[in-house]
Ligand binder design. Structure first.
Ligand code: MSP
Length: 643
């Protein structure tokens, strides 16, 4: 299955809109690209792994305005957060492009000039609907009188009526259809290709690629009124990052282009499968080899997204579980071709069963047993017994099947196959009861240790793209140099079980997650019980004066994973500063219902910890069959006293 045509490999991620910190969905696209990059590196390829940020356009400009910052200041403020999370999760990109980079800006302008000079870009007038969150012109087929909802995100659109430059997309319709037909593997998974071909077959209209009513973007060359449409700017990152349009970088460009694979989510297929190939055809450049389209991470059946207020911050998962269990979980349990529901309970369960019990324990049991009988060096075995030979065959099958799944980007299947082999190795070790053999059959004992070490070496190499540093620790524990050249796929396939090992005890590779800090009852006790009329207990005014009540403005609200009651709020109290407050109102309010509202809070309660987060105050609600937030009739300064 392996194709060894050239020794370079170019993989890209979508570039992320910088309107907030990265969330788990953004991490997912980047992780897939990282796993592919590592897999190719393991096979001796020289890899270029590109990621970066999409910083222009109306969506970013609006978010910046809301934050009271200039767009440039606003985007700059998030870049470090992206790089930090990518580093935490060992996402080893080669280059991080920003669409505000001068080289990119100039190259895009050059691209526009070239296409305009050859007649692929012309000036006209556009009237139609626009979805700002998706940065998409939505009505391409017909005139619609009522405001349509965006077919991708379902949100309301707005009318755009302005002079524009068009890209002559319609001229590429037939060439695109021919290209799809001749390259049936262009879009992976294949099922996604149907929606693309049928869209193109319905007829393509020319694409508006400039805006006069947006002012945050790449200035359209030679026409100061126009700004480049954000997708015409962003898609070109795949070529500008490797030197297109930049003097002296021609060789670099030729070395990498065409891309081997663009990784992208299912929401942006049309841009990559229609507009991008047409742009490339017009530019006289080769087509990328494949588009790998993944599904969405969902929470309670809804796409994880900043605008739905249900995002998970990868930093929280990093702090609780470390990067590699999260990498493993996403690659194994989010089947790439489908949407996947993310749940903390499931993540914790799988860390326990797959990583701690099955894999970590196998290594631990073997090394601990060897040490018990003072074995440090496990020499090569001259003649293998039947059971060991059977395990060796399984190892070889596992490598073949795992590789084949990896080549087809079926990571969850590959991992399933690897775990089958881990279970087989566990069974081999356990069934022969080596602890009973150590003193009576030392050769047999050493054979079991050796076969287990050989299996672990193979497992470490196979799983390295998913969990690089854990697998390097595992290799270290059996005395195998972690350098890649020892563990390339070719080396594993050639490995005829002739290695000797030096064993070293290391701390447990994986820990089972501890039980949650806070129980549901503790969560429920968040709400102070209401005194009923019959049980009113009088207090003096001095008692009431002890309770400090203040008006606060809710800046952010988000759900807390694993809790169906709590919301985590960030509240501004003016001179008293900003605070994190947990509130047990998830059943009555969605995060977006509260953001931007003022509420009444007790601010001198002792801080308390719930679900791993500290709460520095309490929000007040009227309690009926639901909770209704107490607020003020007209807006007052945050921090105003309530009495
Ligand atoms: N800026 C464009 C891409 C331009 S590429 C030339 C964009 N940015 S995005 O930030 O909105 O999305 C970037 C990627 O993150 C997309 O592939 C998208 O599918 C992915 N994800 C965002 N939320 C996601 C989930 N909840 N789950 C999985 N991936 C998701 O589109």
């Amino acid at each position: 299955m392996r194709m060894i045509e050239k020794n370079t490999y170019y993989v890209t991620t979508p570039i992320y809109y910088v309107t907030a910190r990265p969330h788990l969905g953004s991490l997912y696209s980047t992780l897939i690209a990282d796993v592919i990059a590592r897999w190719q590196t393991m096979q001796g390829k020289k890899v270029f792994f590109l990621t970066g940020t999409d910083e222009h356009g109306q969506k970013v400009a609006q978010a910046a305005e809301k934050a009271g910052k200039s767009p440039q200041e606003f985007v700059d403020s998030f870049i470090q957060a992206y790089k930090e999370v990518w580093h935490q999760y060992e996402l080893g990109y080669t280059y991080f492009i920003r669409t505000t980079d001068v080289d990119h800006v100039k190259a895009v302008q050059q691209w526009i000039r070239k296409l305009r000079d050859q007649g692929d870009i012309y000036k006209g007038f556009y009237k139609g609907w626009y979805c700002t969150p998706c940065e998409t012109f939505v009505t391409e087929k017909e005139e619609i009188k009522d405001t349509p909802l965006c077919p991708t995100c379902g949100r309301s659109t707005s009318i755009v009526e302005e002079e524009t430059y068009f890209f002559r997309l319609s001229a590429y319709q037939d060439r695109l259809l021919k290209f799809y037909e001749e390259h049936p593997d262009f879009i992976v998974p294949k099922e996604r290709a149907h929606e693309v071909t049928s869209f193109v077959k319905e007829g393509l209209r020319d694409l508006s690629i400039s805006r006069t009513t947006v002012n945050w973007g790449i200035p359209f060359p030679d026409d100061a009124l126009h700004i480049t449409y954000v997708w015409a700017d962003a898609l070109n990152n795949y070529i500008t990052a490797i030197g297109w349009g930049q003097k002296g970088k021609e060789k670099e460009f030729d070395a990498w282009w065409p891309a081997d694979v663009h990784v992208l989510g299912k929401d942006i297929v049309r841009f990559h499968a229609i507009y991008w190939p047409a742009f490339l055809m017009a530019s006289g450049l080769a087509m990328p080899k494949q588009l790998l389209v993944h599904g969405w991470i969902k929470i309670n059946q809804q796409k994880m997204s900043k605008s739905f207020g249900n995002v998970i911050d990868p930093r929280d998962l990093y702090a609780s579980y470390g990067p590699e269990p999260v990498r493993y979980y996403l690659m194994r349990y989010m089947a790439i071709t489908q949407d996947g529901e993310f749940s903390i309970a499931d993540l914790e369960q799988k860390i326990g069963s797959d990583l701690a019990d099955a894999l970590g324990n196998l290594l631990n049991r073997m090394v601990t047993l060897a040490h018990k009988f003072d074995v440090v060096e496990v020499p090569a075995v001259a003649v293998w017994g039947e059971k060991s030979l059977a395990l060796r065959d399984e190892s070889s099958n596992a490598v073949q099947e795992y590789s084949s799944y990896m080549e087809d980007f079926l990571f969850h299947m590959a991992l399933g196959r690897a775990w089958k082999f881990i279970h087989q190795t566990n069974a081999y070790f356990h069934e022969q009861e080596p602890w009973k053999m150590a003193k009576v059959d030392s050769a047999g004992f050493m054979e079991i240790l050796s076969a287990t070490c050989h299996s672990l070496k193979t497992i470490a190499a196979l799983l390295w793209p998913m969990m690089p540093s854990k697998m390097e620790q595992m290799l270290d524990s059996i005395g195998i140099p972690k350098a890649l050249e020892n563990n390339t796929l070719d080396n594993i396939e050639l490995n005829m079980w002739s290695t000797s090992f030096m064993l070293k005890k290391i701390p447990n590779l994986f820990e089972k997650p501890e039980a949650k800090e806070v129980s549901a009852t503790a969560e429920a006790s968040l709400q102070v019980p209401i005194n009923t009329a019959s049980a009113v207990q009088e207090i003096g005014i001095e008692d009431f004066a002890k309770v400090q009540l203040v008006v606060g403005g809710i800046e952010f609200a988000e759900i807390i994973l694993g809790s169906d009651k709590l919301l985590k709020l960030q509240v501004d109290f003016g001179d008293l500063g900003k605070r994190q407050i947990l509130s047990g109102v998830r059943k009555s309010y969605a995060p977006e219902d509260l953001v931007g509202k003022q509420g009444v809070f007790i601010v001198n309660l002792k801080p308390r910890k719930m679900m791993g987060f500290e709460s520095h105050g309490m929000m007040l609600f009227a309690i009926t069959d639901r909770q209704t937030a107490l607020t003020v009739l007209t807006s007052v300064p945050n921090g105003s006293k309530v009495q």
